[in-house]
Design a protein around this ligand. Sequence first.
Ligand code: SAM
Length: 372
Amino acid sequence: MSTVFEPDGGVASAQSATRLRDSFGRAITDLRLSVTDRCNYKCVYCRTGNEGAQYTELPIEDYVRMVRIMVSLGIEKVRLTGGEPLLRSGLVEMVADLARLRTAYRADGSRLEPGEHGEPLDIALTTNGHLLESQAAPLAAAGLSRVTVSMDAVDPETFARITRVPRSYERVLAGVHAAQAAGLGPVKINCVLLRGFNEAQIEPFAEFSRREGVIVRFIEFMPLEEPSAVPDARTWKPETVIRMDEILGRLNAWRPSCSVPAGLVELPPRAASETAKRYTFSDGVGEIGIVAPVSQPFCGHCSRVRITSDGSIRTCLFSQSDHDLYGEMLRGGTDEQLAAYIRRVVMRKEARHHIGEPGFEKPSRNMVHIGG
Ligand code: SAM
């Protein structure tokens, strides 16, 4: 069901005039919301292949209420994720509901006055793309702003070996093309590189970016996989990570064509909270981003908070615990009470993650059950 929302989310009266910040002064403007922890792929570095969903899903209108309250506190970007978000029925209607919300703060951080209109939210989706071909156009029409498609190879055989789903590459490529045709471009492609698995795909992905007009983002592998009983190639180890320096070295040595000299050209960040270092080639064709949470952590300007499919807030991917926002809702919390709860939780956001440090403890949930 669609609802018309007040520009300020309708909960301004009891809110303080200050936007959501954590105890380190970081403004929290980005929300990642998982709408299911089911997934139709079993990517080798993410899932064991034996486990299914582990958490419940909420009615779509409860997610929308959570987002509305978050927006009233200063959230401006919402990324829908999972699990695989396109498995969730009601997603198009949800995007339409989110598209009616308006930001509650000005660019300088001050709160909008009653009657003043905010901006539409930046609504993004992260998907494996398997079901995107048919859903791209309705999602775009509902108000989706952009889409990120996860692809860990551009070689169909390697792709199917990683996803453990036959003919998945062709499906996903059709999804990317449908997203471009629906006006959701430039499409971002997320690729996680693992040593011994898909590092041969670095240059082919650069070619893919140039040929397909997509932004390719290489993401360093983080210790967020489902636990395996036996340590194997898919279990996180420092040596499995293909680090930013190595990717840059390879791409700097690569020559796109006989008329284009080798060498990357750095692009400026789009925003202070940008997680990717951005590059193009000397002819300006193609874009490569590198997200390096392991070798060059960016926690100092983290602007994110997450809500899991069962309605818990996670203040960091590597948090040791969740905060049960849905429980507060079920206990009858008013919008004002929930907003106060969110503010308290955000004050407990961790300073940084501790990947690779002695004593590092794996987080209390794995990526597929958090929402990446
Ligand atoms: N199913 C959707 C998809 O495939 O994009 C959304 C969920 S998936 C968990 C989100 C992203 O997290 C994907 O791009 C995936 O490659 C990435 N990811 C999963 N496990 C990861 C890990 N251990 N380290 C870094 N990225 C990871």
